[in-house]
Design a protein around this ligand. Structure first.
Ligand code: SF4
Ligand code: SF4
Ligand code: FES
Length: 265
């Protein structure tokens, strides 16, 4: 029996990988052949690579269960969680190219600096508690929270941020664009039945448009396609937020209020 036939029967085979090695200054793809066992995911292979051939390979991971959002990388150019990508989705003869997230600066090898996302998170005003209710007195109907509950599944893997063309190849847009994950956060708070932002003078729709770059999004849905939690980011968060921002802009009362305010300023 040939080695190929033996491998076919045992479920174990040798696969070819190209893994990006380097740091912020320079790097290149390095070739490796690594053993693969039945049922394994890409992160298993990266760990075997570390254990057997490249002990200094930098990779970030924690849960190996698709819940911590740490092991984000690009596999054959597509943003994915390494721990949730089964080797069986690829042909055994296929070369897998594993590279760091392209939208963020490389720290080393497969580890990127995702602090852009934390900076954007800090720019979004948090939930404003209703002043007439004390903590513990909040009551909401399930049908009122149903829509925004979907967004709470986010594991902050930042695959959507990485894939969005607004910033993927346009570093210059980062200052003005929060990205799909954080526009979704604004949508979530704007839909929150108890959020008292409007009463406190904070218009979340206006800040999404004016400060967080909602207008840059042209609803291509690339973010939705890579989300490992299958959150309908574009259809359920971004498009409704755009619609509400447009309603606000063309609302005759808002228009009149703005006109009066401009005249008196
Ligand atoms: S739908 Fe909008 S936020 Fe999502 S990837 Fe496309 S442009 Fe970016
Ligand atoms: S919305 Fe989805 S893709 Fe984006 S950070 Fe959250 S879990 Fe990841
Ligand atoms: S290791 Fe936690 S999501 Fe992959």
């Amino acid at each position: 029996m040939s080695q190929a036939q033996t491998e076919q029967q045992s479920g174990t085979y040798q696969a070819h990988f190209r893994v990006w090695r380097g740091d912020a200054d320079a790097g290149e793809l390095a070739d490796f052949t690594v053993e693969v066992h039945e049922g394994e995911v890409v992160l298993d292979i990266v760990h075997r690579l570390q254990a057997t051939q490249a002990p200094d390979l930098a990779v970030r991971w924690n849960c190996k269960a698709g819940k911590c959002g740490s092991c984000s990388a690009e596999i054959n150019g597509r943003p994915r969680l390494m721990c949730m990508t089964r080797m069986s989705v690829f042909e055994r003869t296929e070369t897998l190219t594993i590279t760091p997230l392209r939208a963020f600066p490389v720290v080393r090898d497969l580890v990127t600096d995702v602090s852009f996302n934390y900076a954007k998170a800090r720019e979004i005003p948090s939930f404003v508690p209703p002043p007439e209710l004390a903590p513990g007195e909040y009551r909401m109907q399930q049908e009122d929270v149903g829509r925004s509950q979907e967004f709470r599944k986010c594991i902050e893997c930042f695959l959507c941020q990485d894939t969005c063309h607004v910033v993927r190849d346009h570093e210059e847009n980062k200052a003005a664009f929060a990205g799909p994950r954080f526009l979704m956060r604004i949508a979530e708070l704007d839909m929150h039945p108890l959020d008292a932002a409007p009463e406190s003078g904070l218009d979340r729709k206006a800040t999404a448009q004016d400060e967080h770059g909602l207008g840059y999004c042209n609803i291509t849905k690339c973010c939705t396609e890579v989300c490992p939690e299958n959150i309908k980011i574009t259809d359920n968060a971004l498009i409704p937020l755009k619609e509400r921002a447009a309603d606000r802009k063309y609302d005759p009362l808002v228009w009149l209020g703005n006109k009066i305010r401009r005249r008196t300023e």
